[in-house]
Every structure is written in structure tokens, then in C-alpha cells.
Design a protein around this ligand. Structure first.
Ligand code: RIB
Length: 308
């Protein structure tokens, strides 16, 4: 079948309830004077919004609950230009919620209550096959049931649709599945988790090449403010990041993934797409919130030209 440039993201939607605190709380500690805010998040939703804002043609598949947030979330996806035809609202459950602490240094820690995200499984998954067959790329994370991720990776691979997997939050992944992934985008924690190997930053390229040796086509290992390394057939490159003042790193990895796929589907090669994604992620950490921090394509291009 002729492939389109459509980006299909299947993943989670969360309402992020954020407490900005001077420092991340220690066990048993109560911190007063936290600043509270609510922002839209969820790794799947963040990546879908980032891809759409970067100029991609995006269909997002996600399950929402029966609560005050569902309609507002749906409206926000439509406003971002996302095709929402495959988003379902389920009765009797709540939309996913993430409780997030963000420190003054911009670091975070997150606990997720999956709600409706945990029900994205079963017959509904097979119904996605025609959509996936005609798409250019399928983008997945690990905030929905793992059997769903497995079934979708296997199907996409069998029909020649490219698969981009961001294995977050970190989980063990069978090698057999990794071999069906075209581009694996992961951070140091996720890489250590998947391979059972700890490594120093200086060994990041070795780690990325190790994962390629295990059968992944292309590995993009992100290193926060140190940029990323890219490994694959004929590829072994370190891509530096930009020096920015981090306000909130929540969703930076998702912005990277979404911006990468949008640029890649537009026809840029992997390295050029990683450079664009690096700029998008750098810009996102200068702003608060997951989805509110995601820049548009124009903002990224302007940032890159100012940094030259
Ligand atoms: O990757 C950041 C996201 O992780 C947040 O938006 C939160 O919802 C959690 O899923």
C-alpha cells in the first residue's frame, strides 16, 4: 500500500497537576508555599501536539475519561490541528492524571494514575490497523498497556509502516520487539533499564551502538543538556544541545520526539530531524508545563537562526 506522511500517535493523555516547589520533597517531608497549576500532558498527547505544532499531519489515538477535563482536552487537540477521530471518551473512568513536582532548578518527579489510558487495549486496537497501514509512521510510548504497544509495533512492522518508539516510562522490552522498531528515542535512564547496563555519559555512543547491534535500526539517545547521540547504519554522530535557562523540563523529551517525527515525515534525514528536535526541546524547557511549553515550527526555526 502507498504510504502517506501521516503521523499516527497512539498513547496517553493526562491532566498534569503541578506543584512548583523550592526543592523536590524528601520522604516524609511536607513543603508549604507550593505554587499549583494544571496543564495538559501525557506522553502520547504531548508528542502528538509537538508533532502537529512542528507542522506534521497527526492523528492521535487516545482514551479519555468521563470528567470535566475530557471535552476541554479534545478541544485543545483540535485547536492544535490534530485529527481526533480516534479519540474515545469512556464512561465510568477518569482521564489519566499526573501529579508532578517541579523544583526551582526545573527538575521534576512524576506519579501517574493511568485512568482511561489503562483501558486502551482489546478489540479497539485491531480497529486501528487500517489507519496504521496507510500511515507513514506510528509513534508509541509506554503509558498505555504493554500488550497494545506490542500488537501495534508488530502490525506496523508487518505492513511496512515505520515505527518510532519512546520507551517511557522505562520498562523492560523484549529484544524481539526492539528489532521491529525503526527509530528508538530514549534517555539514559531508559537505556540503562532496557539493557540492564549502567553507563557513563562518555559511553553513550557505545550504548547506542550496542542497541543497534541488538537489532534496532536507528537509536537516538538523548542526554538532556548534553544533547544526544545518534547511531544506526552509517550513522554515529553526537548532536550538541543549546545553552538555555531551564524553567521546567516536563515534556521536553516528548517535544523532542514529536518534533523529530514531524521533520522526518516532511522529508528531512535523521540527523537534520534530530537537530530540529533538539532546538524544539531546548525551547520547551524555558517555559512551564508540558503542552503549554511546546513551540511551533516557526518559533523553532527563529530560535535556530538566532542561535547561529
Ligand atoms: O513526559 C512528561 C509527561 O509525563 C507529563 O506530561 C505527564 O503527564 C507524564 O505522563
Amino acid at each position: 500500500m502507498e504510504k502517506s506522511t501521516e503521523i499516527v500517535v497512539v498513547g496517553s493523555t493526562n491532566v498534569d497537576m503541578v506543584a512548583r516547589v523550592a526543592h523536590l520533597p524528601l520522604p516524609g517531608e511536607t513543603i508549604g508555599e507550593a505554587e499549583y497549576s494544571v496543564a495538559y500532558g501525557g506522553k502520547g498527547a504531548n508528542q502528538a501536539v509537538a508533532a502537529a505544532k512542528a507542522g506534521g499531519r497527526v492523528t492521535f489515538v487516545s482514551y479519555l475519561g468521563e470528567d470535566v477535563y475530557a471535552d476541554a482536552l479534545l478541544a485543545s487537540f483540535k485547536e492544535a490541528g490534530i485529527n481526533t477521530e480516534y479519540i474515545r471518551k469512556l464512561r465510568g473512568v477518569s482521564t489519566g492524571v499526573a501529579l508532578i513536582f517541579v523544583s526551582e532548578a526545573g527538575e521534576n518527579c512524576i506519579a501517574v494514575a493511568p485512568g482511561a489510558n489503562g483501558l486502551l487495549q482489546g478489540d479497539g486496537v485491531r480497529e486501528l490497523f487500517p489507519l496504521i497501514e496507510r500511515a507513514g509512521v506510528l509513534v508509541l510510548q509506554l503509558e498505555i498497556p504493554f500488550p497494545t504497544v506490542t500488537a501495534l509495533v508488530e502490525y506496523a512492522h508487518s505492513v511496512g509502516t515505520k515505527v518510532v518508539l519512546n520507551p517511557a516510562p522505562a520498562k523492560k522490552i523484549p529484544l524481539d520487539l526492539l528489532r521491529q522498531v525503526d527509530v528508538l528515542i530514549l534517555n539514559e535512564t531508559e537505556a540503562a533499564f532496557i539493557t540492564d547496563k549502567s553507563f557513563q555519559e562518555a559511553e553513550a555512543m557505545d550504548m547506542a551502538q550496542y542497541l543497534c547491534g541488538e537489532g534496532v535500526q536507528t537509536v537516538i539517545l538523548t542526554l538532556g543538556k548534553k544533547g544526544s547521540v545518534v547511531a544506526g547504519k552509517g550513522l554515529a554522530e553526537s548532536i550538541p544541545s543549546y545553552k538555555v535557562k531551564a524553567v521546567d523540563t516536563t515534556g521536553a523529551g516528548d517535544t523532542f520526539c514529536g518534533a523529530f517525527v514531524a521533520r522526518w515525515m516532511e522529508g528531512s534525514d535523521v540527523l537534520a530531524s534530530v537537530r530540529f528536535a533538539t532546538a524544539a526541546a531546548a525551547l520547551s524547557v524555558t517555559r512551564a508545563g508540558a503542552q503549554p511549553s511546546i513551540p511551533s515550527k516557526e518559533e523553532v526555526l527563529e530560535f535556530v537562526s538566532n542561535e547561529k
